[in-house]
Design a protein around this ligand. Structure first.
Ligand SMILES: *[C@@H]1O[C@H](CO)[C@@H](O)[C@H](O)[C@H]1NC(C)=O
Ligand SMILES: *[C@@H]1O[C@H](CO)[C@@H](O)[C@H](O)[C@H]1NC(C)=O
Ligand SMILES: *[C@@H]1O[C@H](CO)[C@@H](O)[C@H](O)[C@H]1NC(C)=O
Ligand SMILES: *[C@@H]1O[C@H](CO)[C@@H](O)[C@H](O)[C@H]1NC(C)=O
Ligand SMILES: *[C@@H]1O[C@H](CO)[C@@H](O)[C@H](O)[C@H]1NC(C)=O
Ligand SMILES: *[C@@H]1O[C@H](CO)[C@@H](O)[C@H](O)[C@H]1NC(C)=O
Ligand SMILES: *[C@@H]1O[C@H](CO)[C@@H](O)[C@H](O)[C@H]1NC(C)=O
Length: 661
């Protein structure tokens, strides 16, 4: 470095640090258009328990998430397009289990999108598949060999959303965190256009910045087809090739952090810095609401927690109020102002305008250890208390005051300050000065958005009922799946057999008959878990009906793994097969056989299985008679109850009953 440059650098540095002055001036020209803050339901089954909350709590939770100017006030809702396969914390049902099948009333994502739209008609909707039913790949574990079939499958979902639910899907993705195919993306664009769905924009590839950006730079047709480059967990940074495409850049999945104060710190930091460092104009949290059993992978990595439909208990966690700092005072379609965005002594600021004179400034001063996200690794940095002076110029030079909203995340004392109004702050001749502390968020805004009082506290937390029954006898169930059952492989749906003489008209049926195009290595044995992970001693009874000679069914207790780890689950599994045999295994994979013998079970007949677990002693009954006993079990010590099947075959379940003590 020459002396001249050295001097210049010193001067530049000392000027900025001494002053801590930041200029906000729309006359300099605006930066990018802001596309909104969102969250993701699914990927997978993350809203599973929400749907069965009793009122008024379910509506309250939805208000906390979607109601404008209330709490999170989300601007984007992204949902999984169910693919009948495990997608992190469970499976979500497809709208086309089989090639000749179409049903747009399965699962809960349709319902959730409608509830979101009811509260905020302007909320943007995104659909993205994690997995696909097996027929889409014609038996191959790959969705791009028949790209026309895949495009037809995806576009059908968009058309079904409109036809059956009056939902306009705004954005569609490719294949979550897996390979993309340029040929498929172009064909998807072509298929959308042919269906007059030009308005549906394509996001690609919901993985890393590259190679999609690179492919777009060398393939103009691909560049035309893709509207938004969506990267996951970008660590607030982008890459030159992504910038060179001149496309919108989004953190199309981010956050994924336990929803305590550190999670809130993570969220506050990335909401600002994804734009400041990476020019991203939207950030989408995985996940929307932690509504899955907490002992599944990534427990409580939602913006709030609602994992107890049996008690009605939920918690509004700090990330909800961090979201409010941006969403109450911006809209998709606003513009970021040009600004460096880094605060002199650590932290960041962004400023946005509606181009009609409104201004919103969001400032965060999150310290390193209090804002680590689950990924990627956060390099060390320092933040100190500092004075920040904002010079408002251009359209904002005449502003006399700004409304101020404040949060401070506390780590040593019990309570954080979350999204409190500090009233108006005076702006004197376009100058505004703040003394910023650590782990704080400020919003300064011209908007006078109201803020309603939250609801009274929900009921207290309760464990899952220790005596739980479901006979599935429900006409016109509001959802296709029975409450509290959390499918981990396969799909278990309400089923009605009108020809049944009476006892088993209404049942629960495993309906996936072909291994799906998977997102993770999943179990070969469909399984749905239920109950309390802490359960040790219990009696499970369930009627089973194996429909095919290639099938088999089980009930299980102390099941210790689910989600992406379901394949490796251990527990005590009591299986029966239509060849008249039974087996007791210590694992879902069926490797560890603890007992086996004859049972007389056959296909197309109802049988009642009972599994009794007491301390280290397991025993089983068939149709109320002892079948096996005195099997010694030591591991695992606790876990969920479960039902399941041996293969991807139709199998029915009825009169489920679990008693734990
Ligand atoms: C700001 O937004 C409000 C509400 O949308 C609008 O009424 C007002 O005209 C806008 N402009 C200014 C300068 O407040
Ligand atoms: C923290 O919040 C709880 C619950 O709102 C309240 O009972 C308690 O008094 C608060 N503690 C402090 C130190 O403010
Ligand atoms: C802000 O300005 C108003 C009106 O000029 C004045 O009454 C008030 O005292 C000022 N507040 C502060 C904190 O300076
Ligand atoms: C429905 O019930 C009838 C009469 O019991 C039985 O023959 C038939 O196999 C059942 N169908 C299914 C799909 O369970
Ligand atoms: C389970 O049962 C065994 C044997 O009766 C008993 O020793 C143990 O305390 C029980 N465990 C729990 C958690 O109830
Ligand atoms: C199980 O153990 C009990 C107590 O030791 C014994 O009475 C019973 O006969 C055994 N049952 C079987 C089927 O082995
Ligand atoms: C194990 O449990 C079964 C069923 O409750 C019971 O019949 C049996 O005696 C128990 N065995 C031992 C060794 O306690």
């Amino acid at each position: 470095m020459t002396w001249a440059l050295w001097g210049f650098a010193l001067l530049g540095c000392s000027l900025a640090s001494a002053s801590g002055v930041y200029r906000l001036d729309d006359a300099l020209g605006l930066a990018s258009e802001f596309d909104g803050i969102g969250a993701l339901s699914g990927g997978g089954a993350t809203s599973r328990l929400l749907v069965n909350y009793p009122e008024p709590y379910r509506s309250q939770i939805l208000d906390y998430l979607f109601k404008p100017n209330f709490a999170a006030a989300l601007q984007i809702l992204k949902v999984e397009i169910g693919g009948d396969a495990q997608s992190t914390d469970g499976t979500e049902p497809s709208h086309m289990h089989y090639e000749d099948d179409e049903n747009y009333f399965r699962g809960y994502e349709w319902w959730l999108m409608k509830e979101a739209k009811k509260r905020n008609p302007n909320i943007k909707l995104i659909g993205l598949p994690w997995a696909f039913p097996g027929w889409v790949g014609r038996g191959e574990n790959w969705p791009y060999d028949y790209p026309d079939v895949t495009a037809y499958y995806i576009v059908s979902w968009i058309i079904g959303a409109k036809r059956f639910h009056d939902l306009d899907i705004d954005y569609i993705g490719i294949w979550n965190e897996r390979s993309f195919s340029s040929k498929y993306i172009k064909l998807l664009r072509y298929t959308l256009d042919k269906q007059e769905l030009q308005r549906v924009r394509i996001i690609a590839s919901d993985n890393l910045w590259e190679p999609i950006s690179f492919f777009m730079l060398v393939d103009s047709e691909l560049r035309e087809a893709v509207d938004i480059i969506g990267a996951h967990y970008p660590g607030t940074k982008t890459v030159p090739s992504a910038l060179q495409t001149k496309k919108k850049l989004w953190a199309s999945e981010d956050y994924s952090t336990f929803n305590d104060e550190v999670g809130a710190g993570c969220w506050a930091r990335i909401l600002n810095q994804n734009f400041v460092n990476g020019k991203m104009t939207s950030t989408i949290a995985w996940n929307l609401v932690a509504s899955y059993y907490e002992d599944l992978p990534f427990g409580r990595c939602g913006l709030m927690t609602a994992q107890e439909p049996w008690s009605g208990h939920y918690t509004v966690n700090p990330p909800i109020w961090i979201t409010a700092h941006t969403t109450h005072f911006t809209q998709p379609g606003w513009y970021y102002l040009q600004a460096d965005g880094h605060l002199e002594k650590g932290g960041s600021y962004v400023a946005l305008t509606d181009r009609q004179g409104n201004l919103t400034i969001i400032i965060e001063t999150m310290t390193h250890d209090h804002s680590k996200c689950i990924r990627p690794l956060l390099s060390p940095y320092f933040v100190s208390p500092q004075k920040a002076t904002f010079h408002l110029k251009g359209s904002f030079s005449k502003l006399k005051s700004l409304h101020t909203w404040y949060s401070k995340l506390e780590f040593n004392s019990p309570n954080s300050t979350l999204f409190q109004s500090l009233g108006p702050i005076n702006v004197s001749e376009g100058v505004l000065t703040l003394n910023l502390g650590l782990d704080e968020v400020y919003t300064l805004t011209t908007l006078t958005a109201g803020f309603e009082k939250p609801f009274p506290d929900p009921p207290a937390s309760q464990p899952f009922p220790s005596d739980y029954k479901d006979d599935f006898n429900i006409r016109n169930p509001p959802f296709s799946e029975a409450p509290n059952f959390a499918d981990q492989t396969g799909v278990f749906e309400y089923f009605v057999n009108v020809s049944d003489p009476g006892e088993h008209v209404f049942t629960l049926r495993q309906v996936v008959t072909q291994r799906p195009i998977t997102w993770v290595t999943e179990s070969e044995h469909p399984i749905s878990i239920i109950g309390n992970y802490k359960w040790v001693n219990l009696t499970i009874t369930c009627d089973i009906y194996i429909e095919s000679n290639d099938g088999g069914a089980f009930i299980a207790g102390r099941v210790n793994k689910g989600g992406i780890y379901a394949k490796a689950a251990k527990g005590i599994f009591f299986w029966v097969f239509p060849d008249g045999t039974y087996r007791v295994t210590g694992d879902l994979g069926g490797e560890e056989v603890l007992m086996k013998g004859l049972s007389g079970v056959r296909a197309k007949a109802w049988h009642t299985l009972t599994l009794i677990l007491t301390g280290t002693n397991a025993s089983g009954m068939l149709n109320g008679n002892p079948l096996w006993a005195n099997v010694t079990i030591t591991d695992p010590g606790n876990g969920w109850a479960a039902i399941g099947t041996h293969t991807f075959e139709f199998t029915q379940f009825d009169n489920f009953h679990v008693q734990a003590n």
